[in-house]
Design a protein around this ligand. Structure first.
Ligand code: OOG
Ligand code: MG
Length: 255
């Protein structure tokens, strides 16, 4: 095994077993391209277990997220079908290390997305838009990491829940977003927090995925990134997101 494959094995096993590990960078300084290679190799391991890549997620596309985690670079990670949680269902806390949830906007593509694309052309490739909740779960102790660490750990990807699909002509520039825990608001924000407009995140996703040799294709899901800081999940909580014009999405954590 190469060093990078060994590190991929480490983050993948930590995710699989829901076990916290030390930050990779403490022992193995990683460049950003090496960190993305670790991520890619970790996804290869998931694929070997039968998971299928179904899109990508963007990270640190809002100031709230950058401030919360102390990282100011946009990153991306891969999504697999196994990460999808059915809307309205219940998750098991034990399947995660220390999960948090954040409000997002998701796109599903109706057509392949070119590497360089204008906002209008990007929207023309979108089949539908949905309110979404991302469950992030860093595999690192205390949810602390460097830029290279979080990239190697697949941008803390863990699970995602998609609400109802709306037509791509829905204007998502500035939609109010409210996250409730047990019917009480814990985060309030706007889709405008996502790079000023969530479509900018989609445009960035097209370029980053293409540059990695995995261009975005029809059917792929793109999660645009958290519009607010993430909130720690707890046993038994009911999580609900309302997005103006797009509707609701919810799930529960089992007791
Ligand atoms: C990294 C993932 C960031 C987002 O939406 O900004 C992210 C993390 O915060 O652990 O998913
Ligand atoms: Mg996110």
């Amino acid at each position: 095994m190469t060093d990078l494959a060994m590190l991929a094995e480490r983050v993948d096993s930590a995710a699989h077993d829901a076990r916290a590990i030390a930050q990779l960078s403490l022992e193995h300084p990683l460049t950003l391209p090496e960190a993305y290679e670790v991520q890619r190799l970790s996804i290869d391991r998931r694929r070997a277990r039968g998971e299928r890549r179904c899109g990508i997620k963007m990270g640190f596309t809002s100031r709230a997220k950058m401030v919360q985690m102390g990282i100011a670079d946009v990153i991306w990670g891969r999504l697999t079908d196994r990460m999808r949680v059915e809307e309205g269902s219940a998750i098991e806390l034990a399947a995660f290390v220390h999960p948090r949830v954040e409000p997002e906007i998701a796109f599903v593509l109706g057509r392949d997305l070119p590497r360089v694309v204008s906002a209008a052309a990007a929207i023309a490739c979108v089949e539908a838009i949905a309110p979404a909740l991302e469950i992030i779960d860093s595999r690192y102790q205390a949810f602390k990491f460097s830029l290279a660490d979080v990239v190697a750990d697949n941008a803390s990807s863990s699970a995602f829940v998609l609400g109802p699909w709306s037509a791509p002509r829905t204007d998502v520039a500035n939609l109010g977003m409210i996250v409730d825990f047990d019917q009480r608001p814990v985060e309030i924000g706007s889709s405008a927090a996502i790079l000023g407009h969530p479509v900018r995140s989609l445009i960035a996703a097209a370029r980053l995925a293409s540059d990695a040799g995995e261009p975005l294709r029809a059917g792929d899901i793109v999660m645009a990134g958290g519009a607010t800081a993430a909130t720690t999940l707890r046993r038994g909580v009911h999580v609900h997101l309302a997005v103006e014009a797009l509707g609701h999405v919810e799930f529960r954590v089992k007791e």
